[in-house]
Design a protein around this ligand. Structure first.
Ligand code: ADP
Ligand code: 5GP
Length: 210
């Protein structure tokens, strides 16, 4: 648990993108261990739950028909088809986080991140990068489960995706894990304490002194 307070102020959307295999999930999980109020945003998906996954925590699991109907009604800020299944970030879910002043990590690719930026301009955008392309190759290999062809495709996509880094607010190079965790934590703390996010606390302080 961190000794720095993250209470007060508005909720914060931290949109985190990274080429697959860079270490985004690992880093975000470590930061969330330090700040129990900070969570991953819950997306909708048409895929069935895996063992241990909980509806409403890991995802909102819906049928493909339900998902498509929601998409037609414009209920998603962004959605995508990944590996034959549909995934999306619902407007209602994000609006509820804003209302509750919740801090959330949004794990979305650059295309989804752009859609979130258009609707939530106060969100903060962080791109996680590997220390080198060779190291990214190693991490993808170490994750296992994929043949050489699939790995090549994933690596090609990763390099193309990195071009999007130009419009993000922050970059975190994931060389050693403790340093990357520290950096993401620092970004979180700094953004929580932006003056524009602490307006209510500042006003309260000044009014109390009168
Ligand atoms: P992503 O969510 O970006 O796809 P993961 O968090 O699943 O990536 O990490 C991919 C692999 O790289 C995992 O095996 C993870 O343990 C490893 N990894 C993550 N960060 C580091 C690091 N700083 N140094 C070495 N290996 C790492
Ligand atoms: P998984 O089925 O392994 O949980 O997720 C598969 C992929 O879907 C991952 O790359 C994950 O980042 C992506 N994904 C999860 N939720 C969303 C979402 O709300 N929107 C988009 N565009 N992708 C998502």
């Amino acid at each position: 648990m961190s000794r720095f307070s993250t209470t007060g102020g508005e909720g914060l959307f931290l949109v985190v993108s990274a080429p697959s295999g860079t270490g985004k999930t690992t880093i975000c999980r470590e930061v969330m261990k330090m700040y129990p109020g900070l969570r991953f945003s819950t997306s909708y998906t048409s895929r069935p739950p895996r063992p241990g996954e909980v509806n409403g925590r890991d995802y909102f699991f819906v049928s493909r028909e339900e998902f498509e109907a929601m998409a037609c009604r414009g209920e998603f800020v962004e959605w995508a088809e990944n590996y034959g299944q549909l995934y999306g970030t619902a407007v209602s879910v994000l609006d509820a986080y804003v209302e509750d002043k919740r801090d959330v990590f949004l794990d979305v690719d650059p295309r989804g991140a752009k859609a979130i930026k258009a609707r939530y301009p106060d969100a903060v955008f962080v791109f996680i990068l590997p220390p080198s392309l060779d190291e990214l190759k190693n991490r993808l290999k170490n994750r296992g489960h994929e043949d050489e062809e699939a790995l090549k495709r994933r690596f090609g996509n990763a390099v193309a995706e990195m071009g999007e880094v130009v419009w993000y607010d922050y970059v975190v190079f994931n060389d050693t894990l403790p340093e990357a965790v520290d950096l993401l934590r620092a970004i979180y703390l700094a953004e929580k304490n932006r003056r524009s996010r602490r307006k209510a606390d500042i006003e309260k302080l000044i009014i109390d002194r009168r």
